[in-house]
Design a protein around this ligand. Structure first.
Ligand code: SAM
Length: 274
């Protein structure tokens, strides 16, 4: 069955995942290092995408540990096999039916992955079963707080966010309630009977000068991939025209060249212990 956001084994958004991980690398690495995984630990990255976090966990344990990536999509698994170190393993599988025995892992990490499930709370339950007693599950989710793109124009930014929401609802047919279910991630950990549930939100924050990875992610994934022509029919003509100019590198109003460009994206990490 297709996931809430259209995921299937055939789906491929490898390039988008690579750009996101290059962009959010400092914050993701910090979150991974903060877990202080002891050498020799067994870690599962559920919904590992292109495998960057698999590599970062491996580095965080100085190469002394077992890191396994699991993803539904054939193309993502192939990409992850190229990214992850040779000692890590990457398997293709559905996180709701993982091909592992219960209690096999010291830590399960799932970032921006459970929100792709129609029943994310079931995902937490299934993944928690893979933990040994005392093991931890870490569920990460970006953008629980709306992103800030246009610091100088909150009205236009709201129009864009509203248009994106309507586009996604039309494209995937989910309800607003389903798309926002992930806001309850801390509650799922509690309800699953996990202990010592902690949550921390950090901001991914970028101002000028932007690094190349920041500009590529914002331009290619957001301005062109998430927005672009597809939003035209959901916005007033003059707003869409202004958006198009802000998103065009050849235009004098290009947002990513403005001195007052200031981007904010939240990254929430919730940790529970079995
Ligand atoms: C937004 S991406 C996040 C990838 C990665 N965690 C990251 O932070 O870059 C979501 C990933 O979850 C995978 N996925 C979606 N549904 C899945 C499922 N039921 N089982 C395993 N992986 C799934 C997708 O193929 C995709 O690679």
């Amino acid at each position: 069955m297709t996931g809430l956001l259209g995921d299937t084994p055939q789906r491929d958004y490898t390039e988008k995942l690579r750009l996101f991980n290059a962009f959010a690398r400092p914050e993701l690495r910090e979150a991974i290092d903060a877990l202080s995984m002891p050498a020799g630990s067994c870690v599962l990255d559920a919904g590992c995408g292109t495998g960057e976090s698999v590599r970062w966990f491996h580095e965080s344990m100085h190469g002394h540990g077992m890191v396994v990536g699991m993803d539904l999509a054939t193309a993502h698994v192939r990409a992850a096999r190229g990214t992850a170190p040779a000692r890590a393993s990457t398997v293709q599988g559905d996180m709701l039916r993982p091909p592992f025995v219960d209690g096999a892992f010291d830590l399960v990490w799932a970032v921006n992955a459970l929100n792709h499930l129609r029943d994310p709370a079931a995902g937490v339950r299934v993944l928690s079963n893979l933990l040994r007693p005392g093991g931890r599950i870490v569920v990460g989710q970006s953008s629980l707080v709306p992103d800030m793109y246009f610091a100088w124009d909150a009205r236009l930014e709201k129009c864009v966010n509203d248009a994106v929401r309507v586009y996604y609802r039309e494209r995937y047919g989910g309800s607003e309630h389903e798309f926002t279910a992930v806001r309850s991630l801390a509650g799922w950990l509690h309800r699953t009977g996990l202990h010592d549930v902690r949550v921390r939100t950090q901001m991914i924050e970028r101002t000028q000068p932007l690094a190349e990875a920041d500009e590529r992610y914002l331009l290619e994934c957001i301005f062109r991939g998430t927005w672009g022509e597809r939003l035209r029919k959901y916005m007033a003509a003059e707003d869409f025209e202004e958006l198009t100019r802000l998103c065009s590198p050849d235009d004098e109003r290009y947002a990513l060249r403005r001195g007052d460009f200031h981007f904010l994206q939240s990254l929430t990490v919730s940790v529970g212990t079995k």
